[in-house]
Design a protein around this ligand. Structure first.
Ligand SMILES: *Cc1c(COP(=O)(O)O)cnc(C)c1O
Length: 372
């Protein structure tokens, strides 16, 4: 089945009692036992719920994995992975350019529990290999990365990890399963902040993990999900699944718009540098063509004049909204260094764009007047 069809039908069934076409939202936290006290399939909504099961089934299928596990936020899902794949004294390798809160999770919280972390530029495979230690148990990739749009060769890094006896995870939030399938490239699990493209409308927080098989990694994650209970509400699951119906169409439009915006920025005299793998001169262009179906909806660029010049641009836009987050229908702009703080490795003049679904001509006119 084609992805466009699968995204609309996976996890959906006509409700057998009401014949409703749009799935009912099941708010009940508890489900009646059979006369012999058994239950099938639902017991209690921390464990499982029809709306969550439908979402997990759909995303697992999109990622061509075996099982999906939904959490209340991306960070709750990321914590589940770190917690179940690692123990005290283990070592994790992370990308130096990565979602800022991931750095805080492994350093500030799991550091206290004896987790060791190294941050490396994963576009350099020799650097990944050199970072391996006897206690390395997990290599975390994020590609394209936030906010610099660095690309990682997923298959090569997964091989390095596996040779060292470690697991490999990919944060696929930016590419989405429409553009990139990390499990097919050798990862053991794939991670999403479903708050972004999967939900796509800036109105629901969520995280999803998909595992390659139903082995030990999956078993530990399901246990963690059931026991710690950081699960999404039935309504959040319903909203996210509804949005996934349009994900294939939204991604086509995000990619087209981002390409136009990146081309415009690359030709602008006040722009120092554009980070977008779709541009032929980008250092990740060849890898992107090999590993991704298209180049995505995220673009970063560096304004000439650094911090102050970038802030000035953010202050002038009218169609872009200056706000954090990404992956939604409306275009967003953010000066990342302001959000990440003074110790952030992000260039001071860098502005991150989440290119939405407005007409690209309007977005380009807006950027043009803001850049002066
Ligand atoms: C937003 C984001 C996260 C965190 O997800 P939340 O849903 O905000 O908890 C992790 N990774 C990437 C790449 C993100 O963009």
């Amino acid at each position: 089945m084609h992805t466009e069809t699968f995204a609309i039908h996976a996890g959906r069934r006509i409700d057998p009692t009401t014949k409703a076409v749009a799935a009912p939202i099941v708010l009940s936290t508890t489900f009646q036992h059979a006369p012999d006290s058994s239950y099938d399939p639902y017991l209690y909504s921390r464990y499982d719920n029809p709306n969550r099961a439908a979402l997990e089934e759909c995303v697992a299928g999109l990622e061509v994995g075996k099982q999906g596990l939904a959490f209340a936020s991306g960070m709750a899902a990321a914590t589940a992975l770190v917690h179940t794949m690692l123990k005290a004294g283990d070592h994790i390798i992370m990308p130096s350019d990565c979602y800022f809160t991931m750095r805080r999770l492994v350093r500030e919280l799991y550091g206290e529990w004896g987790l060791e972390a190294s941050f490396v530029d994963m576009s350099d495979l020799a650097a990944v290999e050199a970072a391996i230690k006897p206690n390395t148990r997990l290599v975390w990739t994020e590609t394209p990365s936030n906010p610099g749009l660095f690309l990682t060769d997923i298959a090569a890094v997964a091989e390095i990890a596996h040779k060292a006896g470690a697991l490999c995870v990919c944060d696929n939030t930016w590419a989405t399963p429409l553009l990139q399938k990390p499990l097919e490239l050798g990862c053991d699990a794939v991670f999403h902040s479903s708050t972004k493209y999967l939900a796509g409308h800036s109105d629901v927080l969520g995280g999803i993990v998909v595992t390659r098989d139903e082995g030990a990694v999956y078993e530990r994650l399901r246990l963690y999900q059931k026991v710690t209970g950081g699960v999404p509400s039935p309504f959040d699951c319903w909203l996210t699944l509804r949005s996934i119906s349009t994900l294939p169409q939204r991604m086509k439009a995000h990619c087209e718009n981002a390409m136009k915006v990146a081309q415009f920025l690359a030709s602008h005299p006040n722009v120092e540098k554009v980070h977008f793998p779709g541009l032929p001169e980008n250092r990740f262009h060849a890898l992107a063509k090999r590993q991704m179906k298209d180049f995505g909806g995220m673009v970063s660029f560096e304004v000439k004049g650094g911090w102050d010049a970038a802030i000035a641009v953010c202050g002038k836009v009218k169609i872009f909204t200056c706000a954090t987050s990404l992956g939604a229908v409306e275009s967003l702009m953010e000066h990342r260094a302001s959000v990440e703080g003074v110790d952030s490795p992000t260039p001071h003049g860098l502005i991150r764009l989440s290119v939405g679904l407005e007409h690209y001509d309007d977005l380009i006119v807006d950027l043009s007047q803001a850049l002066g």
